[in-house]
Design a protein around this ligand. Sequence first.
Ligand code: PLP
Length: 399
Amino acid sequence: MVKDKQNLIYLDHASTTYIRDEVYEAMKPYLTNNFGNPSSIYTIAQQSRIAIDQSREKIAKILNCRPSEIIFTSGGTESDNSSIYSTAIAQMNIGKHIITSSIEHHAVLNACEFLEENLDFTVTYLPVNNQGIINLESLKSQLTPKTTIVSIMLANNEIGTIQPIKEISKIIKDYAKNNNTRILIHTDAVQAPGYINLDVKDLDVDLLSLSSHKFYGPKGCGILYVKRGTPFTPISVGGSQERQRRAGTENVSGIVGTAKALELAELERTEITKKITNLRNKLISGVLNNIEKVTLNGDPINRLANNANFSFQDIEGESILLSLDLEGIAASSGSACTSASLEPSHVLKSIGLTDEIAQSSVRMTLGKNTTEEEIDLVLDTLPKIVTRLRSMPTLSNVL
Ligand code: PLP
């Protein structure tokens, strides 16, 4: 297994995961001998077609939807972009108002901004409380007859907060019914597999995004659920793949790997969630009890089982990460996509943190193979790092 080979304590599973062995084995034939283009008619090509069809069926079962409602994409970003663009453009004649939240991933936020800047859409960015939950009354008050899409993530990638999607959906559907309109609900569920039930009927959503590399599948592969009858203008055009909703030769090995990974994540969900919750709680209480001037960011209860996000007053999160790395511990500040930027995280700012506190934050996300020994080692190492960094002169206290 990758983790053992690298001798690493990997606590950045929200950023990405390695491909698990069973997934790699399932993908292998489609990376080598079974290379046929699924759109061709000869036997080797039809083997690829069958593999895609079977993968779609497996995923549909987990999502409790029809296989035809699944579109394979290149990952979470494309699924999110397509959810916004494809439905916004398809309904432009009805209205140009979108509602989202201030803590969405940039794959949603930047798509909304693009529509605002280039196609005269109006976007409402709902604020969240200091634990990262949106206010349902505020959502109610922002719905208008011109609203066509509401996009609210199922679980946040930085602070792990889980939104009450079912309640959100009910509010939207009730409003639409009473006002004789149609409002679609999209949820970015990229961080949810393996921890939260993905039944789209139970969640009552019209669109749902997933990304394989977050659940031990391959990078560059994703899923977009689109409920039958949803107005949808494809953003990728060309061939007629994916029922003309996403053109391009299918990533057969990636699709097979995605289905296998999701199947296993769902199969192990209850057991792994229980194990990880216990370890994560040990990590949180160990950090809060043994380190001074530290706070936990996000909702203490409504949060992903694997997520812990802390602010360590008076220290740069980046310095902690570098020190952890020297000890063989991989963690992250903010989301992987923005952690290279100097800007404090938009999520941490949205929950009311100052720039300084936001920049003193570290996210640790556990995975299915995280062990108690690893957490013990982190709990032994982290307080020493924090004490050392706090004792070092900083620019502000030297000047
Ligand atoms: N949405 C969320 C919540 C994410 O955490 C991520 C990735 O970190 C994405 C979307 C983008 O997914 P991908 O990296 O597969 O494009």
